[in-house]
Design a protein around this ligand. Structure first.
Ligand code: SF4
Ligand code: SF4
Length: 695
């Protein structure tokens, strides 16, 4: 949660104080005055004769309050140097359940340490130990994630980058454009063989012609008027024929460059960068006399949506496939870096700057700009979805797990529709259920970390109270998929679909109690009076948790520990002993009181029970004899979810299918057994009534 004496006060206040800042950045660093418009502190480095700006320091929650898994955002202290490099990153506060009394905060602090000296201009990705070598690669850098806390560290990463980009835009001249994660992408798969004319027809090369007269007209009334004799002499002559194109669109680049140069260009560009071509033919050179290759061009600039975007000469040494009339044209390929946020689906406005001077000793300079707007046809880009990379890539990375889960859910739906192949064979049901519980515990729980939790519900309350969105859930695709499925099945069938089949901790209890039964430990039925009372306890636990979520994040962090899921499923019982003791006790309780935790204590089960009141369908078939007089299913229901009248209490039913099997069985369902006996009894009577037919 909060750590370090140094930051304790400031973190509580949500804002760093001057004292805390001075302690965090001691001499030779000097903390400057906090910016009046932006919550950013400049930090200066004092050297012998000079003082230089060392970094801008800010708290992430002031710029990107992205909720974590408790619904409350991380607060990071970030020091970004003037080159966009992270000088320091520290965690001021967090409420991530997995790091609170779970893995502990050490791995979290080790994780943020990795950002030091990385640059905002790099594409920082969370990878594995093997991919860390990419760190030296520059453009693409991988930092180690934290196992069991994948979603949390991704949210931290997003918080850090989003907050830093905002500061970089305000202070370091990064484009004010869109978030680089939310722009369209150039489609690498679209390619057509086209020549220069074809490219122009396709809308991939844009052109404008400036004549002397146009330029002269622009300078009219200024000191630059009439100083260009050549323009006055031949007003209709071409001043500059300007062509622009998006060079890293494959149809452009591959048609204009040789295959080697196209490959070379790809190498030069970092992910998300753009290469643009500017070509000028005419009497106005594209580059001024003082222009140095590899720097920002002096005669061309770029704008998108009224915001300047920095371009820099790529110094691309290549020859272009140009038509003969343009063979002597001057051209330049420029780069736009990914953090600049250029959106290739939006119009780009190129400007050609023309400067005229008047006078010799102190010449008066006048500059005029001539613009050319270019827009890529949409067939060449993939439009940005509302929040592209932030969670897209996570879903993509986990596609196999999601497919396995989807198949598992489909199998469950099939089973719960009680197909004859399954339901008419009690042994098959037993083995099917056992197998499914192993899948739930092993795959959903321990492997894919898909245990739904009361923390998901308290996070919703906390986000709602703080007026934040629920987008943070998208960082955990398993959770999203499972909750979506649960939302539908709770409405259709009630709480039992999740609690009986998809909860890893529920599965663990059930498997352990099957094992202990085999070892001779028999669970006991709780006297009905006590069962009725105890079942209400879980609703009390739920209420306390939801109220605490609305008023205190800190208390909620503590109270959610009533749920042993984090200890048993997330951390595999590797945790401080009080938590392990509680989790083991809850699992073992099931050996004596069948799924006692689920039935009496679980706030998530209670929450699902409440939502299950919306259930549309009493899907467990009943007979008129159920309850009066037959008590067979009731006495067999280990969850004590059938009342004396034979009605199923869906708030407590775990959809184990036991009573469904009984209902469908001639050998188990008492009315059917009696019917069968009655029918068999009739046949001998009939046979006895006709002795003359006997031999
Ligand atoms: S009651 Fe709780 S522990 Fe039991 S199956 Fe449902 S959610 Fe899981
Ligand atoms: S026996 Fe029937 S009522 Fe009892 S939990 Fe199983 S399916 Fe539900």
């Amino acid at each position: 949660m909060f750590f370090s004496g140094l930051f304790l006060m400031s973190a509580h206040a949500g804002v760093m104080t001057r004292e805390a800042m001075t302690q965090a950045f001691p001499a030779p660093l000097v903390v400057g005055e906090k910016d009046r418009d932006l919550p950013v502190w400049p930090i200066f480095r004092q050297e012998l004769t000079s003082t230089t700006l060392a970094a801008y320091v800010f708290e992430s929650q002031d710029f990107a309050a992205i909720p974590g898994f408790s619904g409350t955002p991380f607060n990071l202290l970030i020091a970004l140097d003037p080159n966009g490099q992270f000088m320091d990153v520290r965690v001021l506060s967090h409420h991530e359940p997995v790091f609170l009394e779970g893995l502990g905060e050490k791995p979290l602090f080790a994780f943020v340490e990795q950002y030091k000296d990385l640059s905002l201009k790099q594409s920082i990705k969370i990878g594995t130990g093997q991919s860390k070598s990419g760190k030296e690669n520059g453009a693409n850098v991988y930092i180690d994630g934290v196992s069991k806390a994948t979603a949390s560290v991704r949210i931290l990463n997003q918080t850090l980058l989003a907050a830093s980009l905002k500061v970089a835009r305000a202070k370091l001249g990064y484009s004010e454009g869109r978030d680089p994660d939310l722009v369209a992408q150039i489609r690498p798969d679209v390619f057509k063989v086209l020549d220069w004319t074809g490219l122009r027809k396709e809308g991939l090369i844009h052109q404008t012609t400036l004549r002397n007269r146009d330029v002269e007209q622009a300078f009219q009334g200024t000191a630059g008027e009439g100083v260009d004799a050549e323009a006055l002499q031949a007003p209709s002559a071409v001043f500059a024929d300007v062509y622009v194109a998006h060079l890293n669109v494959p149809t452009v680049g591959k048609n204009l460059l040789s295959p080697e140069k196209w490959a070379y260009l790809q190498q030069r560009l970092d992910p998300g960068d753009h290469a643009l071509l500017v070509l000028v033919k005419g009497r106005y050179p594209l580059m001024g006399e003082d222009f140095v290759r590899g720097t920002v061009p002096d005669r061309v600039s770029l704008n998108q949506q009224n915001l300047p975007i920095e371009i820099r000469d790529l110094d691309l040494d290549a020859s272009l496939n140009l038509p003969t009339e343009l063979a002597d044209a001057q051209w330049m390929a420029v780069r736009v870096i990914a953090p600049a946020g250029l959106d290739p689906a939006q119009a780009l406005v190129y400007a050609l700057h023309v400067t005229r001077s008047k006078g010799i000793v102190y010449p008066e300079l006048v500059r005029k700009s001539f613009t050319l707007t270019a827009e890529l046809p949409h067939a060449y880009v993939t439009l940005a979805s509302s929040d592209q990379k932030t969670w897209h890539s996570i879903w993509y990375e986990r596609w196999l797990e999601l497919v396995v889960l989807l198949v598992g859910l489909a199998v469950l739906v099939w089973a719960l529709r009680a197909p004859a192949w399954l339901i008419h064979y009690p042994q098959r049901v037993t083995w099917f259920r056992r197998g499914y519980l192993v899948f739930t515990l092993g795959f959903i729980g321990w492997y894919a970390q898909g245990q739904l939790s009361i923390v998901n519900l308290t996070a919703v309350v906390q986000a709602f109270v703080a007026g934040r969105g629920l987008g943070f859930f998208m960082y955990d695709p398993m959770t999203v998929l499972l909750w979506s499925f649960v939302a539908v099945t709770v409405w259709l069938w009630g709480r039992g679909t999740f609690c009986g089949w998809l909860c890893p901790f529920g599965a663990l209890q059930e498997l352990i109690s099957q094992l202990t039964q085999r070892l001779g430990v028999q669970w006991r039925r709780v006297p009905q009076r006590w069962d009725d009372r105890l079942k209400r306890v879980k609703y009390g636990v739920l209420l306390v948790l939801l109220l605490s979520a609305a008023v205190s994040v800190t208390w909620t962090d503590r109270l959610v520990e009533v749920e042993p899921f984090k200890t048993s499923i997330t951390l595999n019982f590797v945790r401080a002993w009080p938590f392990v003791l509680w989790a083991v006790a809850m699992v073992l309780l099931s050996a004596f009181v069948y799924k006692g935790y689920c039935r009496y204590l679980c706030p998530l089960g209670a929450g699902l029970g409440v939502l299950g009141r919306l259930r549309r369908w009493d899907w467990i078939a009943r007979r008129s004899e159920c309850g009066q007089p037959c008590q067979r299913c009731r006495s067999d229901c280990a969850y004590q979810a059938i009342d004396k009248q034979g009605a199923v209490d869906y708030d407590e039913c775990f959809q184990c299918l036991d009573c469904v099997v009984i209902y469908e069985s001639d050998a188990l369902c008492v009315p059917r057994i009696l019917d069968g006996r009655a029918q068999r009894a009739v046949i001998p009577i009939h046979a006895v009534a006709t002795p003359q037919e006997q031999p």
